[in-house]
Write a protein that binds this ligand. Structure first.
Ligand code: GDP
Ligand code: MG
Length: 163
């Protein structure tokens, strides 16, 4: 079986765009409105011969009756179950938000290997966000532009030792 890599992060950071980029097809709906991804989508990804199953999650976009921390814990546990690694996507143009910090705390408590993806890093608008994301304590961030397809080689370098 191929290793499974989950994409997680708060709404609007570009998870579905990254999913589509890796799968090479528009399987996931991309939208400026948070909450567009309603269920998990799986696809076959390959970077330079490294094959894995990639999973786009609704994760922290779900609304239910639980409190925010409870909801996140539930979603974290559910989405990380069976995962060989996770890509934690942040928006490098926005920088870290309280929700990013919260997700980071949960991920640090988990055993699944994490790659921090600092998305929307085309140009130089993302530089401070990239630097900020080191403070998550989840290793070196990978600057990337899912929309423009930049940084995929560095994503490969980060993923191949852990899956
Ligand atoms: P999700 O909610 O995390 O799944 O985010 P989406 O993939 O739906 O993207 C949210 C918005 O961010 C959309 O308007 C995308 O076009 C935009 N976006 C995604 N990736 C990038 C990127 O690399 N650079 C920029 N500038 N925008 C991006
Ligand atoms: Mg989405």
């Amino acid at each position: 079986m191929k290793p499974q890599v989950i994409i997680i992060g708060r709404p609007n950071v570009g998870k579905s765009t990254l999913f589509n980029r890796l799968v090479g097809k528009k399987l996931a709906l991309v939208d400026d409105q948070p909450g567009v991804t309603r269920d998990r989508r799986m696809g076959d990804a390959e970077i330079a011969g490294l094959q894995f199953t990639v999973v786009d999650t609704a994760g922290w976009e779900d609304e239910d009756e639980l409190t925010l921390p409870g909801r996140m814990r539930k979603q974290t546990e559910a989405s990380l179950e069976g995962a060989d690694a996770a890509m934690f996507v942040i928006d490098s143009r926005v920088g870290l938000t309280p929700l990013d910090e919260e997700i980071g705390r949960y991920l640090r408590e988990n055993d699944v290997p994490i790659v921090v993806v600092a998305n929307k890093a085309e140009g130089s608008a993302g530089e401070s966000g990239i630097l900020e994301s080191y403070s998550l304590g989840l290793g070196d961030p990978v600057p990337l532009s899912a929309e423009h397809g930049e940084g995929i080689a560095d994503l490969f370098s980060a993923l191949w030792p852990i899956i």
